[in-house]
Ligand binder design. Structure first.
Ligand code: HH2
Length: 261
């Protein structure tokens, strides 16, 4: 999954793709580099300093990009939003996946929308909201607590009418997680995969990676984490630099599917 942040303030690439022409070109670049999904977002959720964005602003950012991509991108589009109004516009424009960092808890209209449109949905674990989640990064057993919270959100989605086969779960690395929590979750991916839903992880350029790698080494660190995640059974890795991650991911997938024979 290649990240397309159409925002002025995303933590690593804010402002780069605000121009819809540049944003669309970047989507095609990521597709050519091997992305299987393009994830478009019009609101930054970075841990420090992110500001709530009104639905109209998010829509004004993403709609022109979706229009340019309309029917021309071969891979599915995912919309990274917590707001049903934004998701609706994106689904109308051809998006196939709703990536909701609030796991359908941010907007009461989101679960019915996802159920009615029969699209896929990513349910990400977080505590609090994008503005204050780091205050809630306290766990006795981070893996167990994230696991049960994800199961609860999946049950909620199913009760709202979302087919289990359309649900993807995400431990939400960096969201209400200290670096040690994100690392523990990465170490427990086979356990999360055993829940029976496809798992998505987004480690790309996050603080816990930056703690171990400077900017020059960030992409290789992200590629290594993505490879480990795929080897651990993860279905989707969300990254900014598709070109520099794809070979590592392909090798990990090839090794995994060889089954050691
Ligand atoms: N991380 C970010 C945004 N959306 N969605 C999912 N499912 N999983 C993630 O880990 C995830 C996500 C944050 O990264 P980024 O989009 O680069 O930054 P920003 O939120 O500042 O735009």
């Amino acid at each position: 999954m290649g990240v397309l942040n159409v925002t002025p303030d995303s933590f690593s690439d804010g402002g780069r793709y605000l121009d819809p022409r540049r944003a669309a070109a970047h989507a095609f670049e990521m597709e050519a580099a091997g992305a299987a999904i393009i994830d478009i977002g019009g609101e930054s959720t970075r841990p420090r300093g992110a500001r709530e964005v009104a639905a109209e602003i998010e829509i004004a950012r993403i709609a022109p990009v979706l229009k340019r991509l309309g029917g021309r991108l071969r891979v599915p589009i995912s919309i990274d939003t917590r707001k049903a109004a934004v998701a609706r516009v994106a689904l109308d424009a051809g998006a196939a996946i709703v990536n909701d960092v609030s796991a359908l808890a941010g907007d009461p209209a989101m679960a019915p929308l996802v159920a009615a449109r029969r699209c896929a949905v990513v349910l990400m674990h977080m505590r609090g909201g994008p503005l204050d989640h780091i205050r809630f990064a306290r766990y006795r057993d981070v893996v167990g607590e994230v696991e049960s919270a994800l199961v609860a959100r999946a049950r909620f989605a199913v009760r709202a009418g979302v087919a289990p086969s359309r649900i993807v779960l995400d431990p939400g690395l960096g969201f209400a997680k200290r670096p040690r929590h994100s690392l523990a979750l990465l170490g427990a991916l086979p356990r999360l995969c055993a829940l029976g839903y496809p798992i998505l992880v987004g480690a790309s350029r996050k603080g816990f990676v930056r703690a171990a790698a400077d900017w020059a080494a960030l992409e290789s660190a992200t590629a290594a984490i993505s490879a480990i995640a795929i080897a651990g059974g993860v279905a989707i890795v969300r990254v900014h630099d598709v070109a520099r991650t794809v070979a590592a991911v392909k090798m990990a997938a090839a090794i995994k599917s060889s089954g050691g024979n």
